[in-house]
Design a protein around this ligand. Structure first.
Ligand code: MG
Length: 315
């Protein structure tokens, strides 16, 4: 990942770009994009609408690089106002509930071990979409009856089989399905959503604000991630638009440090589902901020995105 710092009158805002391979960004591309961002000409540091719209226009794509600028400016804004972003957006941080926690697919023995280690988390997430989907769910169900969210990651091929599987999963206390088919299979997805007893949530199919409207009638909801959509400014708009369209909202993440996770968590009072376990899956987190306490999303009391650097570590 790349950590950004934006300094204004002695105050520092932190941001982060995390680059999952499927979005096509690299350390080099993020550094190149950031070198083309010049914020020195803006007189009003609070005018993020103007600043971030212009940052977005520097080049197409580069959504994680843009998110790192967006997060750092929102952090700076909150620090200058001495308020959490949650307060600035008018959201109630006590309204956040539990985050799902990812159980990596492995042998049955290892899966059982991972579930026992995840005892404090109330909702489990598993990635399915191969030929052993039922076996994996049965392995989990032999150990726990906790609700499960499943991410198919575009892995299902046949829509009739998919519907059978959704009905089966519904009986196993699975609560939602994420991205069942490849993103070009719009008709099959709409058909599955229509007949599915479980909500069908878009991930790869919905990246930015303009994609939200296309999800109506195709999916039941959308998974919003800061790295896909250029950051907090656009994620907030996507959440409002999705709600207006009757779509459910999940706030999700990539593998990220507590910097980007804490930023996303500031929006989580608006979400129906929270999937912010990204910083628990890394061992080099240079920040502390939002935590999962007994699986529940707990924002810190710090202003901005709510983070501080651990032990004054250099980054
Ligand atoms: Mg996904």
């Amino acid at each position: 990942m790349v950590i950004t710092e934006i300094e204004y009158e002695g105050c520092k805002g932190y941001g982060e770009a995390s680059m999952p391979p499927y979005l096509g960004e690299t350390h080099e591309s993020v550094m190149k994009f950031l070198s083309s961002v010049d914020l020195s000409g803006y007189s009003n540091v609070f005018d993020l609408e103007t600043i971030l719209a212009e940052v977005d226009e520097i080049a197409p794509g580069n959504t994680a690089a843009k998110a790192s600028v967006d997060i750092a400016l929102h952090d700076l804004k909150g620090k200058l106002m001495n308020q959490s972003l949650c307060n600035i957006l008018g959201l109630n941080k006590n309204k956040i509930s539990y985050s799902s926690f990812t159980i990596g697919i492995d042998t049955p023995d290892v899966i059982r071990e991972k579930i026992n280690e995840a005892v404090e988390y109330k909702i489990l997430k598993v990635k399915l979409g191969r030929d052993n989907d039922k076996e994996i769910i049965e392995t989990i169900r032999a150990v726990t009856d906790k609700p499960i969210t499943v991410d198919i990651n575009q892995g299902w091929k046949d829509r009739e089989q998919a519907l059978d599987m959704v009905h089966w999963l519904n009986k196993k206390n699975v609560i939602l399905i994420e991205q069942p088919f490849s993103k070009d299979r719009i008709e099959d997805t709409a058909w599955l959503t229509k007949w599915s007893p479980l909500p069908v949530i878009a991930d790869e199919s919905v990246q930015r604000l303009a994609d939200v409207i296309k999800a109506k009638g195709i999916f039941s909801g959308i998974n919003i991630k800061l790295m896909k959509c250029t950051g907090i400014r656009e994620a907030y708009k996507m959440m409002i638009l999705a709600k207006a369209l009757g779509l459910r909202v999940m706030i999700g993440c990539m593998t990220e440090t507590s910097c980007a996770i804490s930023a996303a968590s500031q929006l989580s009072p608006l979400a129906d589902y929270t999937d912010l376990d990204g910083s628990l899956l890394i061992n080099n987190d240079v920040f502390e901020g939002t935590k999962l306490v007994d699986g529940k999303v707990m924002l810190s009391d710090l202003p901005g995105i709510g983070v501080k650097k651990k032990d004054n570590r250099e980054i």
